[in-house]
Design a protein around this ligand. Structure first.
Ligand SMILES: C[S@@+](CC[C@H](N)C(=O)[O-])C[C@H]1O[C@@H](n2cnc3c(N)ncnc32)[C@H](O)[C@@H]1O
Length: 151
């Protein structure tokens, strides 16, 4: 497989017109509200979504420039492999954000937890479900960066 073509199912409407406005780094709170504007002809695909509190939003970093296998996350002063981070500069510029579903007006989903620029293309939405007990989760280098910051 050499190439995959995807068509956006919709676009993010957010208050963020530039990346500098989006909270970053350790302790950043992502509580911005916005709208996932799904193409009206796909509205039938949203049936029953209201029952879920949280959604995965799969989207494209359409304004990312280039890709790098080493990332310098704002949450650490050390480099990390890109696949250990959420860097926008990745071989396939796919973003994944978990949002809280606040409500639905037809093909428009009102959500909280937006970290995307206004106009970001959405390629898929899925209900958020996790069966992993919190005690089994390891936070990798992020946990070490948090410990260093506390010292
Ligand atoms: C660190 S990434 C994490 C995104 C997502 N939660 C993830 O894990 O894939 C979030 C940053 O991506 C950048 N960003 C947001 N929307 C973008 C877009 N459409 N194109 C390029 N960069 C974008 C902003 O700088 C934002 O702070």
């Amino acid at each position: 497989m050499s190439e995959i073509r995807l068509t956006p199912i919709g676009f993010v409407r957010s208050a963020f017109s530039e990346t500098a406005a989006i909270p970053k780094g350790l302790g950043a709170q992502h509580d911005a509200e916005g709208v996932l504007e799904i193409r009206p002809e796909l509205e039938a695909g949203l049936a029953d979504i209201e029952g879920f509190s949280h959604l995965y939003v799969i989207w494209v970093f359409d304004r990312a420039e280039g890709a790098d296998l080493v990332a310098y996350p704002p949450s650490d002063d050390r480099p990390h492999g890109v696949f250990s981070t959420r860097s926008p500069q990745r071989p396939n510029p796919i973003g994944l954000t978990v949002v809280r579903l606040l409500g639905r007006d037809g093909p428009r989903l009102r959500v909280r937890g937006i970290d995307m620029l206004d106009g970001t293309p959405i390629v898929d939405i899925k209900p958020y479900l996790s069966s992993i007990p919190p005690e089994d989760l390891k936070r990798g280098w992020l946990e070490q960066a948090e410990q260093r910051k506390k010292r």
